[in-house]
Design a protein around this ligand. Structure first.
Ligand code: F0G
Length: 406
């Protein structure tokens, strides 16, 4: 059905430049990186869009402000349009209005699908046949799914250490070639980028890809609409390679630029304390981020020591008067359990990290603040973090035995 939607009308002009050195690109570099090592930024000249211009549902509802030319059929699996859920058990003793944007309800179970639908549509439109990425798991699952949908070959590099089993299963079932790298995510990304820069036929779909960021910014648009055209006071997200926080900031900033909203939220990025190169630098007041060797955290999705988009993320946090914070693995797991057992929302550890800053936040923010936690991925992919011994689950053989449990 989705191929038949009339989505691609009235698209906008856009241009690419290097976020670091400012160089303008007349053609999209296939690696999405500048020769200086900087990441690219896409600037959109969308005129003055209005909410009424957005029609349909999900990510492609916002096609008017996405950089895809008219007449191109999106590679879509109906991503976006994820629920915004009011928390009604956690922190009810405060006046805080807390919401979870449950990105785990995207087609492959994470927010990556928002960006992947746009990047893969772009890849297809320029005739790319092979998609590549390095991944802690969710990007590989999403690239594999959208690549299969778009009829493209997909090669994913994953760190040889633990990636969540469910994510690996997804990459395999969708038909990607999966290669393990002896090292962490940062090593995998480095190998993949250096290969892509010499081959020129491998289209990179990591979050350095500016089309991915464009897709991911639609999460901000949805939050604004779901809140009844209101901008939250705080938006809190987990930070790994630092693409998503930059994407949400772009989305909220564009709404304000277009006159659709009249303010922007404070962006709060959260890293696990064992993998916190960006938050650590921020908290020390330093202006550069140095790579952490051997990052370690139970939140495997954000086990990253060298966040590629750190400059963009830092700017988002500073411009929004936000913060970068760290939380321990123990706090992450407690938040994951609280969300699941009190609110019915099962997210993966990385996605529980934002909620773990709540005890800190409630002390320092306005008591009536409107706060959105972006819960980036489903808990179903990473079951090992919830240790269960099936042998310890009671077993019965007839109805009489059941009565003792009732
Ligand atoms: N949450 C989840 C569930 C993730 O999978 C990721 C990143 C993030 C948060 C962090 O987002 O990198 O934009 O700051 N996962 C990547 C991957 C790295 O390969 O799946 P970011």
């Amino acid at each position: 059905m989705e191929e038949e939607l009339e989505l691609l009308k009235n698209n906008s002009d856009w241009s690419l430049h290097c976020f670091d050195c400012g160089r303008e690109f007349s053609e999209e570099p296939i690696t999405s990186k500048c020769d200086c090592g900087g990441v690219l930024e896409l600037t959109l000249d969308a005129g003055n869009p209005k909410l009424e211009d957005f029609e349909g549902t999900g990510v492609w509802r916002y096609s008017r402000v996405l950089p895809i030319e008219d007449g191109i059929t999106p590679v879509t699996i109906n991503e976006g349009n994820t629920p915004l859920i009011r928390l009604d058990k956690i922190a009810t003793d405060t006046g805080l209005k807390l919401f979870v944007k449950n990105e785990g309800q995207n087609p492959t179970g994470s927010f990556k699908d928002r960006g992947m639908t746009v990047a893969v549509t772009r890849a297809k439109s320029i005739g790319a046949r092979t998609l590549v990425c390095a991944s802690t798991g969710n990007t590989s699952a999403s690239a594999a799914a959208y690549g299969s949908r778009g009829g493209m070959k997909v090669i994913v590099l994953i760190p040889s250490g633990k990636i969540a089993g469910g994510k690996l299963v997804q990459a395999v079932i969708h038909g990607a070639s999966v290669i393990r790298v002896a090292g962490d995510f940062d090593a995998a990304l480095e190998i993949m980028m250096s290969q892509a820069s010499v081959r020129k036929d491998l289209y990179v779909v990591n979050s350095v890809n500016p089309f991915r960021i464009e897709g991911q910014k639609t999460g901000a648009f949805e939050i604004f609409e779901q809140l009844g055209r209101r901008v939250p006071d705080y938006v809190i997200l987990p930070v790994g390679n630092a693409g998503n926080i930059s994407a949400y900031w772009k989305g909220f900033s564009e709404l304000k630029k277009w006159g659709i909203s009249n303010k922007t939220p404070r962006m709060i990025g959260v890293q696990a304390s064992g993998a916190a190169p960006l938050a650590d630098a921020f908290l020390r007041g330093e202006e550069t981020v140095v790579r952490w060797k051997n990052p370690e955290t139970v939140a495997s999705a954000i086990r990253i020591g060298n966040p590629v988009s750190w400059k963009k993320a830092l700017k988002a946090v500073i411009d929004s008067k936000g913060q970068l914070l760290t939380v321990s693995d123990q706090e992450i797991l407690k938040s994951q359990r609280d969300l699941a057992s009190k609110e019915g929302i099962f997210v993966e550890p990385a996605s529980a990290a934002p909620l773990a800053v709540l005890p800190y936040l409630r002390e320092v923010i306005d008591k009536n603040a409107l706060v959105v936690f972006v819960c980036t991925g489903s808990g179903l992919k990473d079951q090992n973090v919830v240790p269960i011994d099936p042998e310890k689950i009671p077993i019965i053989s007839d109805v009489k035995e059941l009565s003792q449990f009732l």
